[in-house]
Write a protein that binds this ligand. Sequence first.
Ligand SMILES: [Zn+2]
Length: 271
Amino acid sequence: MPELPEVENARRVLLRAELPGRSITRANVGWAPTVKQPSLEDFVLGLPSKQILSINRRGKYILLPLDSDETFIIHLGMTGGVSVQPASREVEPMVRHTFHLDDGRVLWFRDPRKFGHLWLTADPYSALPSLGPEPLSDGLTVNYLSEKFRDRNAPVKALLLEQSVVAGLGNLYVDESLFHAGVNPTRHAGSLTTSELVKLKDCIVNSLTNAIAIYDRAREEHWPDPPSALHTWTIPRKAGEPCPRCGAPIATMRVRARGTFFCPSCQPPEA
Ligand SMILES: [Zn+2]
């Protein structure tokens, strides 16, 4: 699933394509259940002739404020991606939705598994679920994590996956952050020491920052067709592969039904 670095890459793709300032002239929705709000008809009729002012991101959502004071919101779902293409280019089969622009180009929403979502709303924050702080903002502090984890017996991994705790993290970057912090994913969140929280917070920031930098380089290298999914993590996601730090075999388990990779030696079960 696209996580914060992938969604941030999608946002930067749209910025690089100079989408701000353009207006949508026609919306084609190829899979009606993708539109969450308003009705399909109101969505398709509501987008044309409105200018896109900027491209923002909140957690895993791309927010496009319009000059009508509404916001066009895109969630990429499991495998979605966006790009801006010339109208002359033949639309690929996995592109479910297209948005024609006033300069003749077309915004493509590729969504092979149809788990993406779209909104057009005057009140974006009531349309979206509750979201915790952005991990790359001043809102994510050691004190904040300490408050959220206090007295919680849930596995630390489970809490980090909750979008209401930290926005934008998913399975890959939680595993990566816990690996670098040396924290076992099943540790009770409330058992983490302050020094572990300091390290965990730094490792979350570093994992995401490194991944975004990899996407930045790939986007420039491959423009106008940059990749939307890259291998940006360092912990092997295959059981038995050697740990890049100590060489012990990487282990796998399930935490709240999510496939989890960790090093039993670098991330011991107890502190
Ligand atoms: Zn190790």
